[in-house]
Ligand binder design. Structure first.
Ligand SMILES: [Zn+2]
Length: 512
């Protein structure tokens, strides 16, 4: 990951140096091969160590860059800068208790930088003894990582999700008719062997640090990626997947996948909220959110396909339960360029009406936004704040946040225009269904199912079509803006005029 440290660093450096007119003192770096002296300084009660001392003692290199410093040990790159509490190790972010400082031109970082970076770079465990001022670096203790294994089928894809108790290094290779995931650390196998009645997977065995996934035939190939919080390895298997002709499909190495060169909005995943026993909100006369969302999503998919020629995938096309994780995992798997989760709102106030659009943020923009997120998240209430402690993930996806916010804005404006209700806007809230989506993503509450008047409207094809039209216009508008911004289309080029501006009422399947 190229993390762009912001400009303006020079000014920050100057200020930092003046404020911290502190004299570094001595400390010790303790490694299995002996002790070395390093310099240390206390900044706001936190020990900051000399990055140069530590890196050189560990046989690495450290070089200044325009915005900070680049560290390399074992060919693993890390970076930090004096403008950010977040450093980088490979593709991971490291949160530190303070921003690095420069003292007499030498960078000092909170020792936690090395804790995060060395784990990744060298499999080393780092701790700090504040009494004796000793930074200890030693090979990681081999604690077996607890692990869960799940195999589910989504359409023709067998989705394997391995959930780990802690992030772990691993490799994934194809070995004949099997995929083998080998972990660097010991694992707590959930079982030794299990057979499956699945079109793509026949048997899974855990042996030592390896998981062996045996495939039903040579045609089965996979695509793999990683999700955070909790740490999960996802392997999607299907017959005749692209790349299966080659001897070994190039499965991604561990690491958060990023989209390659932006190519515009080509694949869109529409997520009809809720499903199955997760009925969502229920209107006064019994209309269920899950049914309206499916109906709207199907119409939206059909119209998006015909209108803008995008490939559209629904996260569910029937009345089934799909977890939040699976929804974004599906979008990632299809390498979607846009993700829209469709919901209906509910409010205690009976006459609440209009649409609301959200994009992901850890901070709810207001109390009501927080409530909305809680309600939508309730389907899978693991209930702990841990799920929301995704600050690292959040920051790593700033680029998506900004795009998501733009997309949400387009959606909200078009829906306001269509419904004539202006009082609601774009909000931010920690919606679980938007977590883990590695593309611009938004969640729209199309209308208030709790309002008897809107409940009646939401059931009608006419109203649904009107909202679907607005959503298509929003996608078109966002797509056009985005593709102009990335230089794919010329600024002057306008989107194709809409035929009469009115929805062709075509082949829209009605919902349940
Ligand atoms: Zn909902």
């Amino acid at each position: 990951m190229k993390r762009l440290l912001l400009p303006g660093v020079v000014a920050v450096l100057a200020v930092a140096s003046i404020v911290l007119a502190q004299v570094p003192g001595p400390a010790t770096l303790r490694t299995p091969s002996g002790d070395r002296p390093i310099a240390i300084v206390q900044v706001a009660g936190h020990p900051f160590v000399s990055a140069i001392d530590v890196v050189l003692a560990l046989g690495g290199t450290i070089t200044p860059e325009s915005t900070g410093f680049r560290v390399t040990i074992n060919e693993q790159v890390g970076a930090f800068g004096p403008d950010s509490r977040f450093a980088v190790a490979g593709e991971d972010l490291i949160e530190m208790p303070g921003t690095p400082v420069l003292i007499e031109g030498r960078p000092y970082v909170p020792w936690q930088f090395f804790q995060g970076y060395l784990t990744k770079a060298a499999g080393l465990q780092t701790s700090f003894d504040a009494v004796a001022n000793i930074l200890s670096v030693r090979p990681q203790q081999q604690v077996a990582v607890p692990m869960q294994f799940n195999l589910t089928q989504i359409e023709d894809i067998s989705k394997i999700v391995i959930t780990l108790g802690a992030p772990a290094e691993y490799t994934l290779v194809k070995d004949g008719n099997a995929y083998v995931i080998s972990f660097r650390a010991p694992i707590q196998a959930p079982f030794t062997e299990q057979t499956y009645d699945d079109p793509n997977v026949t048997r899974v065995t855990f042996a030592g640090r390896d998981v062996r996934i045996e495939l039903a035939s040579a045609e089965v190939a996979g695509d793999s990626y990683r999700l955070e919080n909790p740490f999960r390895i996802v392997l999607d298997l299907r017959k005749g997947a692209p790349g299966s002709a080659g001897p070994v499909p190039a499965l991604p190495q561990p690491g958060m996948r990023r989209p390659a060169e932006p190519l515009g909005i080509r694949t869109i995943v529409i997520d009809p909220g809720h499903g199955g026993k997760e009925v969502g909100a229920v209107g006064p006369s019994g209309l269920m959110e899950k049914d309206v969302t499916l109906s709207v999503a199907r119409k939206l998919a059909a119209l998006l396909e015909s209108r803008i020629g995008a490939r559209v995938v629904l996260t569910r096309d029937d009345d089934s339960v799909v977890s939040h994780d699976q929804r974004t995992a599906l979008a990632n798997q299809y390498k979607a360029d846009l993700f829209l989760s469709v919901h209906m709102n509910a409010a205690v106030v009976k006459d609440a009406k209009g649409s609301e659009t959200y994009f992901l943020s850890l901070e709810a923009s207001d109390e009501l936004a927080r409530k909305a997120a809680e309600t939508e998240n309730a389907a899978e209430s693991r209930g702990s704040d841990d799920d929301l402690k995704l600050i690292l993930w959040d920051l790593a996806h700033q680029e998506y946040l900004q795009e998501s916010s733009r997309f949400a804005q387009a959606v909200q404006e078009e829906l306001n225009r269509a419904s004539g209700v202006q009082n609601r806007g774009v909000k931010q809230a920690p919606f679980k269904v938007l977590l883990g989506a590695t593309m611009p993503a938004a969640l729209v509450e199309v209308g208030f199912i709790s309002n008897p008047e809107e409940e009646t409207k939401l059931q009608s094809d006419g109203f649904q079509n009107m909202m679907v039209e607005a959503l298509v216009r929003a996608v078109e508008r966002y797509k056009n803006e985005y593709e102009t911004r990335i230089g794919l289309i010329q600024p002057a080029q306008q989107p194709p005029p809409l035929a009469g501006g009115v929805a062709p009422q075509q082949k829209a399947r009605s919902g349940t």
